[in-house]
Structures are given as C-alpha cells and as structure tokens.
Design a protein around this ligand. Structure first.
Ligand SMILES: Cc1cc2nc3c(=O)[nH]c(=O)nc-3n(C[C@H](O)[C@H](O)[C@H](O)COP(=O)(O)O)c2cc1C
Length: 316
C-alpha cells in the first residue's frame, strides 16, 4: 500500500484521455512523475463490460502510486466500479467533474455534473463508502459558467464527506481551454481546505508549475499538456524545486526518449494497431526540434514508413 505524495517536489501526471495509458505513464515515471492518473474510465462501461473499458486499466507493479479516474453521473454505477476495481487491487480513485467535451457533458458526466452539485455529493458518498475515507479525490472545474461557481462550497462539502484531496482546473466548463486558468482561485481555495489541493491549468512548463505552487500554496501540481509536449517536465520541475536550472535535452537525448516511448508502446499497448496510436503520441513530444513540422507530418501520414526510419531522417 502506498500513500499519495503531496509536496512541492512530487509533481503528478494529469489524467489525459487518449494519452495517459500504461506506456506513457511508465515513461513519465522514468522522467520523474511521482504519481499518475489513468485515462478516464466509464463506470457504466465497467458495469456493462464494454470491451474498450478494461484495457484502459492495464497496469504493472512499478506503475504506482496510481489513481483510477472514473467518469459517470449515477451513484450506483460509480459504487459498482469502485467495488470491482478494489477487488482487482486498485486503491485510489478520482471522479472526473471537469471534462468539458460535449459528448461527455451531454450524459451529465464530467463537467456536466456541475449542473447538479447535490448529485455530486451523492456520488462522492457512494464512492467513499466503498473506497474508504481519504481514498477518493475529485477533479473539478470552477463551475458550468461564470454565473455558477461551485468554489469554495462544493470542495468544502466534499472535504466534509471524507475526500482525500481536491484537484481544481480553475476554468469554467463553457471556456473549455479558452482564456486563462484563474490561479487566484487555487490560492483562495488552498487557504480554506485542510485536505491537499492539487493545482491544474496552464502548467505548460516546469517553471509555471513551480510558480503555481509558490504563488498559490497548492500542495502539488499535475502536468497535462506540458507533459505531452515534454515528458521530462517532471525532472525539470524537481530540478527547479532544488534551485537548479531546467535541463534542455539535446536532440540525441530527445530521440532516445522517443525510442523509449516507442519500445514501451510496442511492449504494452493492447488492442488494435499500437503503431498507429503511438505516432500521434510521439508527434506531441517533438515541438522543441527545429524539424518538428516535417517530423510530425511524416509520422502522421497514412502510408507511414517505419517510425525509426522517420526519426533517423529528422533527428540525425
Ligand atoms: C488531451 C487531453 C485529455 C484530457 N483528458 C482528461 C481526462 O480524461 N480527465 C480529466 O479530468 N481531465 C482531462 N484533461 C484535462 C487535464 O487533466 C488538465 O486538467 C487540463 O489540461 C489543464 O491543464 P494544462 O492547462 O496544464 O494542460 C485532458 C486534457 C487534455 C489536453
């Protein structure tokens, strides 16, 4: 049993649908991530044994501490999911109350849950009853829109129910990723909560992550788009916390990282066509290279050549 790390030098990997699979989590852990979250997993999908659901839960012994992120809006399914997952050995859970993708919100799940805070509390209680106090976190946005902020009331009520931690991406659902994340809300909420607050939102570099902790007092931060662009962002974060400068990888080191991700994907990606899936993931990591545009275009072409051939062409 491992406890979750909540300190300035323990940066987390955020839940990233389509990205935070086992190979990417292993890569991020090798590059300093102290805690990882799965892609979001449908509680209903687990109940109805939807074929795409269990593969999202693939893990190995070194993939710890790990938080399973669930989405759904009905307490009965969330409860069932926690019971089944605990039988398989999963210990920590998170409820997605922040996904603003219309397909998810239309089901009343993700940020759609923010329309009915009372139901969030019912779902939270169902999950906590099964998982145990402190074993469930809740990842929120600020509210549905600027007329309906749930901060600080909802997190305070979740804390009262026994939540282990709160994560806040301080944007409204109707903003999606537009505008700026309002870090001042992280600060005011961190002051009010006695459980750890994890910061999310516009943490595109390690310097921003460390600044967010210093300016707001959150316990730690989770990297999302920043980790996709640079999986070694976690090592940068730890260096900055120690007062050392960020390390800029040489193109050779970046190539080694891309090949490592490729090898992990070939080893661990289940389901259809791991080669096709990894191309998009690798393309996300190469922005710092002078030839990034050409490299991306070659990786994403349908009749793509072997990935190694493409990497050799653009990263000699
Ligand atoms: C591609 C992508 C997939 C995401 N998937 C999820 C998800 O499954 N669950 C979730 O709670 N948030 C998800 N998020 C939101 C992130 O976890 C994070 O809160 C958000 O990107 C803000 O952080 P950033 O601005 O530093 O990227 C996703 C974001 C991106 C870009």
């Amino acid at each position: 049993m491992q406890t979750l790390p909540f300190s300035a030098d323990t940066p987390w990997l955020a839940p990233l649908a389509g990205y935070s699979d086992l190979p990417f989590r292993i890569l991020c852990r090798e590059n300093g991530a102290a805690c990882c979250t799965t892609e979001m997993v449908s509680a209903k999908g687990l109940f109805y044994k939807s074929p795409g659901t269990w593969p999202l839960l693939q893990t190995v012994a070194g993939d710890a501490p790990l938080i399973v992120q669930l989405f759904g809006s009905e307490a009965c399914y969330l409860k069932y999911a926690v019971v089944e997952l605990r039988k398989k050995g999963f210990e920590y859970f998170d409820l997605n109350i922040g996904c603003s993708v219309p397909k998810v919100m239309r089901q009343g799940a993700g940020a759609g849950m923010l329309r009915d805070p009372e139901n969030i509390l019912v779902c939270a209680k169902a999950m906590l009853d099964e998982a145990g106090l402190g074993k469930v976190g809740f990842k929120l946005r600020t509210g549905i829109d600027s007329g309906h902020s749930v901060i600080p009331d909802l997190p305070l009520r979740l804390q009262e129910l026994g939540a282990g931690w709160i994560t806040l991406h301080p944007r409204f659902a109707n903003q999606s990723f537009r505008g700026e994340a309002d870090w001042s809300l992280l600060k005011s909420l961190a002051e009010k909560l006695s459980i750890p607050l994890v910061g999310s939102g516009d943490l595109l570099t390690a310097a921003l992550g460390v600044r967010c902790i210093q300016e707001t007092g959150v316990a730690t931060v989770m990297y999302a788009r920043g980790a996709l662009a640079k999986p070694s962002i976690f090592l940068d974060h730890k260096r900055l916390v120690r007062g050392e400068p960020v390390y800029e990888m040489t193109s050779g080191e970046l190539k080694a990282l891309l090949l490592r991700h490729l090898r992990l994907a070939r080893e661990w990606t289940r389901g259809k066509n791991p080669e096709k899936r990894i191309r998009g993931l690798l393309a996300a990591h190469v922005h710092s290279l002078p030839n990034a545009k050409n490299l991306r275009a070659d990786l994403c072409r349908d009749d793509a050549e072997a990935i190694e051939t493409i990497l050799d062409r653009w990263i000699p």
